[in-house]
Write a protein that binds this ligand. Structure first.
Ligand code: FAD
Length: 405
């Protein structure tokens, strides 16, 4: 291969470029970056960066000089169409990049809030550095904040807003925080913690409208007929994969760009990874799965780079994830989809807990709050996939770290 073109310079795209050079690939690498900054990491946007604890430089993966030294061409442009016949990526500027292999790492965008008033000033999603920079000065002044969606991003933001001194209300359609991703026990721990920081939850509640005054949001109207005054509204209601390029190029799509176990799309000259890719996930019974995590983007990036350097292997990496909310850090190893049996280790009152999630006798995932050692042990145990049964885990004095060793 002489020319590899990567569309999208987020976690996934950057990792492919870095790993290609680490693998010794000496051909051309073009990394198409459609954001106006050097490639950066997203997790601090709803955490340290928003809190003003780190500056924008600290979010960048690498300084500009690094890309130059590594011979990675950062192309400030946007992929507009794929000409599969001639293996060219056409760019929004009208230029084109010829490829031997194309990597689609276009990520995802926020699911839009489809209610009247969603376009008012003071209503934000939180996905890009531009979002965080527009939001930060308003947050500093906000007294009443309404957060729509009690998922990871909504709750990370709620914790930041509460720490900034605002009165925070969280609206959530489901019955508990982070319901799609964590056990009822862990949801409960986080509900109690957020409430202790002053955050108020309204579950089974949707937003029906955002009320404006002179173009600015002033209140959120709920499905229960309530009116919550707000000078800042932030929504986190999920993301939608950026499949436009792939769709128009005729690639197979199924909740993301469909790829095989080697992360190849339906065109053998095109790979896809990260938030935009739907892959057969070992830990989810090989069902097509789209994961939104740094771990997934990074491990998939390494795998594609290795394959393009002559070392193909199927993707089997164990999913893991973290979220920081206020003083709490939650780490999740594995995927808890389908769990029906939970064993709790530790002290919920002390906010130091691991929840072991089983489907019948099979350990699927371990959620750890304030127990980093458990999380590291869980990653090894789950990667090994031995039979840790609920009975053993629930026995008196059971310790995950001892069992792992
Ligand atoms: P992205 O990071 O979305 O990058 C895709 C890039 O492609 C973007 O720059 C986009 O503009 C660009 N692009 C799109 N279309 C085109 C095109 N046609 N041409 C060129 N470029 C294009 N994960 C964790 O594991 N832990 C966390 O704590 C955590 N916190 C998060 C906090 C926030 C606020 C957000 C938004 C995400 C967080 N995540 C976290 C998720 C994690 O950041 C994503 O899973 C990860 O960034 C996915 O990487 P990606 O490269 O696939 O996609």
């Amino acid at each position: 291969l002489n020319s590899i073109v990567i569309a999208g310079a987020g976690h996934a795209g950057v990792q492919v470029a870095l790993s290609l050079r680490q693998e010794g690939y000496a051909g051309r690498i073009a990394l198409v970056n459609d954001e106006p900054w050097l490639p950066y990491q997203r997790p601090p946007l709803s955490k340290a960066y928003l809190l003003g604890k780190i500056d924008a430089t600290a979010m960048q993966f690498r300084p500009a000089q690094f890309y130059a030294e590594q011979g990675i061409d950062l192309v400030a442009d946007r992929g507009a169409a794929v000409d599969r016949q001639n293996r060219r990526l056409l760019l929004a500027s009208g230029q084109a990049l010829d490829y031997d292999h194309l990597v689609l790492a276009t990520g995802a965008h926020n699911r839009p809030l489809n209610v009247p008033g969603a376009a008012l000033t003071g209503v934000f999603g939180l996905k890009t550095r531009a979002d965080a920079e527009a939001l930060a000065p308003l947050l500093a002044q906000a007294r009443r904040v309404v957060v729509i969606g009690a998922g990871f991003i909504g709750l990370e933001f709620a914790a930041v807003a509460a720490a900034a001194g605002a009165a925070v209300e969280v609206l959530e359609l489901g019955e508990r925080p982070m319901a799609r991703a964590v056990s009822p026990q862990m949801s409960e721990l986080f509900r109690v913690a957020h409430e202790s920081w002053g955050v108020k939850f309204r579950f089974r509640t949707a937003v029906s409208e955002i009320e404006g005054d002179n173009g600015r949001a002033v209140a959120v109207l709920t499905s229960n007929g309530e009116r919550l005054a707000a000078d800042l509204v932030v929504y986190g209601i999920g993301v939608v994969p950026n499949v436009a390029l792939a769709l128009e190029a005729g690639l197979t799509i199924d909740n993301g760009i469909t790829v095989d176990a080697n992360l190849l799309s339906s065109d053998p000259h095109i790979s896809a990874l990260g938030d935009v890719a739907s892959f057969p996930c070992l830990q989810n019974g090989e069902r097509l799965t789209r994961l939104e995590s740094v771990q997934n983007a990074v491990d998939q990036g390494r795998l594609i780079a290795a394959r393009l350097s002559g070392k193909p292997a199927p993707y089997t990496a164990l999913p893991w994830f973290w979220t920081d909310q206020g003083s709490l850090k939650l780490q999740i190893a594995g995927l808890a989809l389908g769990a029906d049996n939970h064993v709790v280790l530790g002290e919920p009152g002390a906010q130091q807990v691991s929840v072991l999630c089983f489907a019948g006798e099979r350990l699927l995932a371990v959620e750890s709050c304030g127990r980093v050692g458990d999380h590291m042990a869980a990653r090894k145990i789950l990667a090994r996939r031995p039979a840790l049964t609920p009975a053993v885990a629930a026995s008196p004095g059971f310790d995950l770290k001892t069992w792992e060793a």
